[in-house]
Design a protein around this ligand. Structure first.
Ligand code: DGL
Length: 278
């Protein structure tokens, strides 16, 4: 572990490419900081993996980012936030380094619901892992005990995007299928969380099949705002985040493959290095 006085980049972790939609919004809002993105692309998707596997992979990634100097790591992945965040915060951080922080994407998203819903009926679209974990309903119950939530797993959406078929005609079938399945649970849902970092890339098609007037929540801007707020409130952590406006990328896949697929999510992505997580 590096010296405690040294400043480091803000770590952003995702199972694959989806977290780039979050990183993009964070960099727009907080361009002065340095960022180190880690995509576990060789082992993605995490969406259908068991609790223990997602936890172990995520912990390996967090340790790698810490060893690379990060003081603060954002789990920009709903599946990792759902299955690994709490254990890492409660069990691992006190042992690894109690002064470092790991934050997720679920809580900041849920916090916003009170401002958006009129009737308290919330839909959550996510990977099978995120939906099965019940993390969203648990967080919603804690914050808004009167709300009702309905989860729908969308196992085909991430593969469609990763295979660059998100804009193809075949995608329409699966987008409509899962939205219909969500609203068949409750026709009164007035707010829907896109609870997976990939889903903003399907936004146009999602809106095509979404009933009119429903609020659809994309997480990028929300996470960026909540990070800014967090850094204001935690000057000790903020003071340990370096500010040269750089962004570097780590991937468990080949750097060339990462650059080529990342171009679907980001305009520019140059400084990419392949790593092994163990
Ligand atoms: N990034 C993940 C999430 O937000 C989805 C991709 C995966 O299944 O690994 O849930």
């Amino acid at each position: 572990m590096k010296s405690d006085t040294k400043k480091g980049a803000i770590g952003v972790f995702d199972s694959g490419y989806g977290g780039l939609t979050i990183l993009d919004e964070i960099r727009k809002r907080l361009p002065e900081y340095d960022y180190l993105y880690l995509g576990d692309n060789a082992r993605a998707p995490y969406g259908s993996r068991s609790f223990d596997v997602v936890y172990n992979f995520t912990l390996q990634a967090v340790k790698y980012l810490f060893d690379s100097g990060c003081r603060l790591v954002i789990l920009a992945c709903n599946t990792a936030s759902a299955k690994a965040l709490r254990t890492i915060q409660q069990k691992d951080l006190p042992v690894i380094d109690p002064k470092r922080r790991v934050l997720g994407v679920i809580r900041p998203t849920v916090e916003l619901l009170g401002q958006l819903t009129k009737n308290g009926h919330i839909g959550v679209l996510g990977t099978p892992g995120t939906i099965q974990s019940e993390s969203y309903p648990m967080e919603i119950r804690k914050m808004y005990p009167d709300f009702h939530s309905y989860g729908q797993a969308c196992p085909m959406w991430v593969p469609l995007i990763e295979n660059q078929e998100g804009n193809g005609e075949g995608a329409d079938y699966f987008v409509k299928k899962y939205i219909d399945a969500l609203f068949s649970q409750c026709a009164d849902i007035d707010t829907v969380i896109l609870g997976c970092t990939h889903y903003p890339l399907l936004y146009d098609k999602i809106m095509k099949y979404m009933p009119k007037g429903v609020n659809v929540i994309r997480q990028g801007a929300i996470i960026a705002e909540s990070l800014e707020d967090y850094l204001h409130r935690h000057q000790d952590i903020d003071g340990k985040c370096s500010r040269n406006g750089t962004c570097k990328y780590l991937t468990t896949e080949s750097a060339e493959k990462f650059k080529s697929t990342a171009s679907v999510f980001l305009e520019e992505c140059e400084d990419v290095k392949q790593i092994i997580l163990i």
